[in-house]
Unconditional design. Sequence first.
Lengths: 245, 245
Amino acid sequence: MTSNASSVEVCFSPRLFKYIRTKGECIVVVTDVLRASTSICSALHHGARQIRPVGTLQEALILKEKGLLVAAERNGLKVDFADFGNSPFDFAVKKVKGQTIVYTTTNGTRAIELARERGTVAIGAFINLQVLSKWITRQGKPVVILCAGWKNQFNLEDALFCGALTESLLHPGNFSMECDSAEAALDLWSVAKKDILHYIDKASHRKRLKQLNADDVLDYAFTLNLTSVVPVLSGEHIRDVSRII
Amino acid sequence: MTSNASSVEVCFSPRLFKYIRTKGECIVVVTDVLRASTSICSALHHGARQIRPVGTLQEALILKEKGLLVAAERNGLKVDFADFGNSPFDFAVKKVKGQTIVYTTTNGTRAIELARERGTVAIGAFINLQVLSKWITRQGKPVVILCAGWKNQFNLEDALFCGALTESLLHPGNFSMECDSAEAALDLWSVAKKDILHYIDKASHRKRLKQLNADDVLDYAFTLNLTSVVPVLSGEHIRDVSRII
């Protein structure tokens, strides 16, 4: 541990976020591996200019009527009036290039709303793990990894991401940790990482996606380091800051 | 899985209890391994007639003035007016035999208050694991294991107990499970069980107890099956029901 060590804390549900122990300004990494945070990384990777997260369908509809593209999902399904659902594959199209995309999901965008009250909000997924970890390390601030969860409950896929990111942050010795959730996430990741797709087979959300015929995203969502985008919220928009030192 | 299978669900914090998926009446096992649930088992094991959990110090003080023995802890420390703190060793004395003990703790008794709204409340700890598991199996109802946590946050020791109890319930094939928290608890338990005292060394509450010179309870709290009591709430009191079929 170096003398300028920052702390890592993990929070397994938006409903537990107000009880975090990290004081003062911090970086909050919001993760919703299946599927919002993976999709936001994918959209920026495919050239979307920015993402505008909104909490309600009503806000999304108003912005749609103003001519913006809208991605909207509830209970795993694309909302009728939306241009996209929340599959990362939706955003791998020319249509997104240079565009602002309004985005609202069951769990992900609500977590972002909470996180913004505590500091800098970054978006984390397995597909941008390494570049995100490097970016966080350069900021020299405490970090809290916030799981979007599923309807406020703990979920395995987000917990695994917490473990993977914590491992990556601890590795260079720049971060310290005194958090049972982070310890648990590290142990779960150590069990899962040898064969993550096999491991995640037992996750309840994986079953939910299967029922919705939406589990085609699993390979993609659990592949490490497919992109070099670092999505960070600034004002009303999430943009890739990877090229900003 | 037999045709009369019941479900197991795990809830890592009282603040997430309202989001559990188990419907209808169930058995809620409240656990607060360090130290309330271990201490309740210990008190009944040493002959206390019954435990009366109360949520506030004010209620405890009123009952003390009526002549009852009071165990009361806040932030890990015994409250001034109380007869006992919440170390299980406090209850291994002749003073408790045949007595009613009023009990209020930082986390444990609040979890009991929540749990009672959903059905039968049982108290679980490593020291009564096996007998509790057998008793639950005989009831033929869904079970939710509720961690008291530490100030509403996830903690390792309670999560490990959830894993141990889930493993025990699943073993005979009487229970089914579709719960990410239970899956995670099982995996954590599988990592920890080979040397639980070594594992728990990293838990933040273990460090907290050490600072309070109260970590002498660790050996006791993590020893399996020291007692055959099954503490169950009935009306205002928790009593041992192990001899009731």
